[in-house]
Design a protein around this ligand. Structure first.
Ligand code: NAP
Length: 523
């Protein structure tokens, strides 16, 4: 069995002690081991601060964009190998694996273009200079410059390639060195990706380091110039952001956490119409793609009460065609969840939703024998549709995310009631409204906006071009308020600004112009 090493201080190293074992979730066969015990994270941080940081800051945005372009090419060149690893270690179907790996290369490519558009700039101007008196003698100008610390990235198990790439793209473009830590259980893809990125020769020494295994004391060593960007469970995010050293140093922390994303079917939509079909396709895709382990997946499906039976029938019909099993077996359309812990949580979660007032109308918590999997092996869950007839009940349906192929149908009586129900999620990454009625579109989109990082307005007009709410695009914000962690990533330069300090320069106007010559205005 192979040992996955970490890449620290320019060397591949492995820890001592009892390693964690990575398995194939379709078969439970062990694939690799990883340990970080005894590794010197203090030295890794110093290496990034003293080598990677200065080298990146010496480059222009355009040069860093060119670096990202090389990284995108390095990932793309080994696409098939990465897809294979994602299938074996993540339980991804080939389609799921492409979503992750192509998303990684695509996001690096998008930030490469953004860098190219900023050209020779090393600093950015946030808005125009303002006169502070009657003349331009005394002026002020807001500037954005890279923080002089390290960007530490802690990622979830579900998107080992994209999660690494999207965070790294933003930090590297800003000019900050990265230490990336994938979730241990599915680290094979991220580990191979970092090998490829390092071997590409595009990265300055210390610009990218990898922790394969536990984070040890890495987070406890962060200070005021560092950034922590975390994706994972809300409880872990809360624990990390509450660390005393981070609070004391006001370290910038971005959290992407749990999310009870919603879909609202408008009262105008008729069964069998284009908009109805978009709605059904999105719910089914979100429940089954990556076995429902997408932070953006639709979990709560709000339908006009009169249409609830029809929606249930069409969704159950489509979901019943799903073949659950070993992703390497012929005809399998949905793989296992990625870990034994996820399987336990998914089963317990379905029971919790049922205890909260919802009833299972398809699937359920019972064990599933996966097609093409060894007898009794593999972490399989059936696509599970629940129905909450009394929408005043079911607190857990709004509060407990089951990170698996699970969603709940919920009736509503009026559009304001649907809006109020969406807000009960306590803050989500994305919600969608399916309607061809402009008034409904406006009422829902603006009505739910304060509880969502992104709102999708889906009508017949976008049929054929629509990617679904689960596709996170580099141009648009990813993150959400409240339960979703309160973070903001991507959205073009908006996500990059996490790694930049905004400073107000104040002084003699012409001197400020001299100081900021060559900086690019972005705000
Ligand atoms: P998790 O258990 O919180 O783990 C996430 C990451 O945190 C892993 O890399 C894990 O490392 C690390 N970690 C755990 N304890 C830590 C500690 N004490 N110090 C430092 N790092 C620590 O979450 P998960 O099970 O991987 O992910 C599932 C959850 O992530 C779901 O609830 C989902 O909603 C959320 N998610 C959110 C988004 C989003 O963008 N909002 C995206 C994907 C997933 P180890 O693996 O080594 O333990």
């Amino acid at each position: 069995m192979s040992t996955l090493e970490s890449f620290l201080c320019g060397r591949w190293v492995s820890g001592a002690g009892r390693p964690a074992t990575l398995v194939n979730p379709s078969t439970e066969e062990p694939l690799a081991e990883a340990s970080t015990e005894g590794l010197d994270f203090g030295a890794a941080l110093e290496h990034a601060r003293h080598r990677g940081g200065p080298a990146l800051r010496a480059m222009t945005f355009g040069e860093r964009g060119a670096l990202l372009k090389s990284l995108a090419s390095a990932v793309h060149a080994k696409r098939d190998e990465l897809l294979d690893l994602a299938m074996r270690n993540g339980g991804n179907t080939r389609g799921d694996a492409k979503f992750d790996v192509d998303g990684a290369a695509g996001t690096l490519g998008a930030y490469a273009e953004l860098g190219a558009s900023l050209g020779d700039a090393r600093a950015l101007l946030d808005g125009d200079a303002v006169n502070l008196g009657r003349s331009s003698r005394l002026a002020g100008q807001h500037v954005l410059t890279p923080r002089h610390g390290v960007a530490v990235h802690v990622n979830a198990f579900n998107f080992p390639a994209w999660g690494l790439a999207e965070k790294a793209a933003q930090a590297l473009l800003a000019g900050m060195p990265v230490i990336t830590k994938p979730a241990t259980a599915t680290a094979l893809v991220a580990h191979r990706m970092v090998q490829l990125l390092v071997d590409s020769g595009a990265l300055p020494d210390g610009a990218l380091q990898l922790v394969t295994g536990g984070a040890g004391d890495l987070i406890d060593r962060l200070g005021s110039q560092d950034v922590l960007a975390f994706t994972g469970a809300g409880s872990t995010g809360m624990m990390l952001r509450g660390k005393v050293n981070l609070l004391a140093a006001s370290t910038h922390v971005n959290v992407e956490a749990d999310s009870l994303n919603a879909a609202v079917l408008g009262p105008d939509v008729e069964r069998g119409s284009d908009t109805w079909d978009l709605f059904v396709a999105d719910v089914v895709r979100d429940m089954t793609q990556k076995t429902g382990q997408k932070c953006t997946a639709i979990r709560r499906v709000f339908v006009p009460a009169a249409m609830l039976d029809a929606a249930q029938e069409d969704l159950a019909d489509r979901l019943s065609a799903c073949r659950v099993g070993n992703v390497l077996a012929d005809g399998v359309t949905m793989g296992p969840v990625s870990t034994a812990a996820q399987l336990r949580d998914a089963r317990a979660g379905i029971e919790r939703l049922a205890a909260s007032g919802a009833r299972v109308v398809l699937g359920g918590a019972a064990a599933v024998q996966g097609v093409g999997a060894p007898e009794g092996k593999g972490y399989f869950v059936a696509p599970t549709l629940l129905r909450l007839d009394d929408n005043t009940r079911g607190d857990d349906v709004h509060e407990h995310e089951v990170f698996a192929p699970v969603a709940t149908l919920i009736p509503y009586g009026s559009v304001p009631e649907a809006v109020a129900l969406v807000h009960r999620g306590g803050g989500s990454l994305v919600s969608s409204v399916y309607t061809d009625d402009r008034a409904v579109a406006a009422e829902v989109a603006l009505g739910v906006a304060s509880s969502n990082g992104r709102v999708c307005v889906v009508s017949a007009k976008v049929a054929g071009a629509w990617l679904g709410p689960g596709a996170v695009l580099p141009q648009l914000l990813h993150g959400g308020p409240g339960r979703a962690g309160g973070g903001e990533e991507l959205g073009g330069l908006r996500g990059v600004s996490l790694y930049l300090q905004r400073t107000a320069l104040q002084g003699y106007g012409p001197l400020l112009e001299h100081i900021t010559a060559g900086a690019r205005r972005v705000g």
